[in-house]
Design a protein. Structure first.
Length: 386
């Protein structure tokens, strides 16, 4: 007895555990066994998904967000946050962006962390396809094996009958079902697994957005105290812009804008109090009558105005630095320059600024314009500003 005869005998006789007869026993046995195997491997695929990098990343984002919401991060305890971000479960783009923020220490941490770079296309990101490839491969293989065994089990009947006739179709139908049923189970299981992975992708992106918000709210900028600004600093900033524009031809470094250093408080030498003059009682009463009541202190508006002016000048300085960095960063695209120039124009148009401050905006705009014309190969269009 050859191999095919043994397979036929087993499927038609030994495998007839449901007592349906030798014609139906082979198809029923193959369908039940193959479908059961696909379901078992589907459960294994779910286990693979639960251990996928995408699921671990989502869980780690949630843990890091919980830490950020419970603690503020400054220079004294930044190592604790570093331990979360440098963990193996954290995405590489997040680690890279956090490192760039620590180097620059300006703006918000989320400005340096790209969501698009972190996630990419869900259909191409293996972190959110956990178990899918494994399940589909196993399902198709089992379906094909079941189909082959079905053909073997019914080979004699198929060969003896006429496939084109109605009777022949009835004979072939059980063999077809041996493939169709397990493959249908594979399709259903794959759809369920794909839906779970799609849900994981969406939930992870939501966790990432919450993490970015918590990072911006919790992390304190680590820069040293900035120098105080006064209104005359506009001239220094404009002078720096002149150096930036001139430096484009020589590729020089950006000029640091430095104002007068902060004055340290000097120690005060306390003088010995002068002895009080001896005053007779009538004189004391007369002097008390001449003393007018002290006026109520006026609100300390000068310090508030000075602080607002300092913040305003800091913002203008950041615009200058941002414009210069945008023209020096090789990763900045033409559209990025257009977007930044549009932002400067909207800010200048809608804000209340002095003529000197508006001139500063226009000079920053020229820096971006010059770089844009260089990128498109038309440096001849650059028009120097006065």
């Amino acid at each position: 007895m050859n191999f095919i005869d043994r397979v036929q005998e087993f499927l038609r006789e030994t495998a007839d555990v449901f007592n349906v007869g030798e014609h139906q026993s082979a198809a029923l046995f193959l369908i039940v066994v193959s479908a059961a195997l696909i379901i078992v491997f589907g459960l294994i695929a779910l286990g693979i998904r639960s251990a996928s990098a995408g699921r671990k990343f989502k869980k780690h984002l949630e843990n890091t967000t919980a830490y950020l919401e419970a603690n503020e991060t400054d220079v004294d305890n930044v190592d604790k946050l570093n331990a979360y971000i440098q963990d193996d479960k954290m995405a590489r783009s997040v680690k890279k962006g956090w490192g760039a923020f620590l180097d620059q220490q300006t703006g918000y941490p989320s400005d340096y962390i790209s969501e698009a770079e972190t996630f990419g296309d869900r259909k191409l990101n293996p972190d959110y396809k956990g178990g899918s490839a494994f399940f589909w491969t196993i399902g198709v293989v089992i379906s094909l094996i079941s189909a082959v065994l079905g053909v073997v089990a019914y080979w004699d009947e198929v060969a003896a009958g006429s496939i084109g006739s109605l009777e022949g179709i009835k004979l072939v139908l059980p063999a077809i079902l041996c493939f169709a049923v397990p493959f249908a189970v594979t399709i259903v299981g794959g759809a369920i697994l794909g839906g779970l992975n799609k849900s994981l992708y969406k939930k992870t992106r939501a966790a990432f957005e919450k993490f970015a918000d918590a990072l911006d709210s919790s992390v304190i900028i680590f820069r040293e105290p900035e120098d105080e600004f006064i209104s005359e600093n506009i001239e220094e900033i404009n002078a720096a812009i002149d150096d930036i524009i001139a430096g484009k031809l020589g590729d020089s470094e950006i000029l640091e804008i430095v104002t007068a250093p902060e004055v340290e408080e000097s120690s005060v030498v306390e003088e010995a109090p002068a002895p009080e003059p001896i005053v007779t009682e009538p004189e004391r009463e007369e002097a008390a009558a001449d003393v007018a009541p002290e006026p109520e202190p006026e609100p300390e508006t000068d310090e508030m105005d000075e602080e607002l002016m300092r913040q305003r000048q800091q913002a203008l300085l950041q615009i200058v630095i941002l414009s210069d960095r945008a023209t020096r960063d090789p990763s900045v695209s033409e559209q990025d320059l257009i977007d930044l120039a549009t932002y400067l124009d909207d800010t200048m148009t809608n804000g209340e600024f002095t003529d000197e401050e508006r001139q500063l905006f226009m000079r920053c705009y020229f820096i971006l314009q010059a770089r844009y014309f260089e990128m498109i190969g038309r440096p001849d269009l650059i028009n120097p500003i006065d």
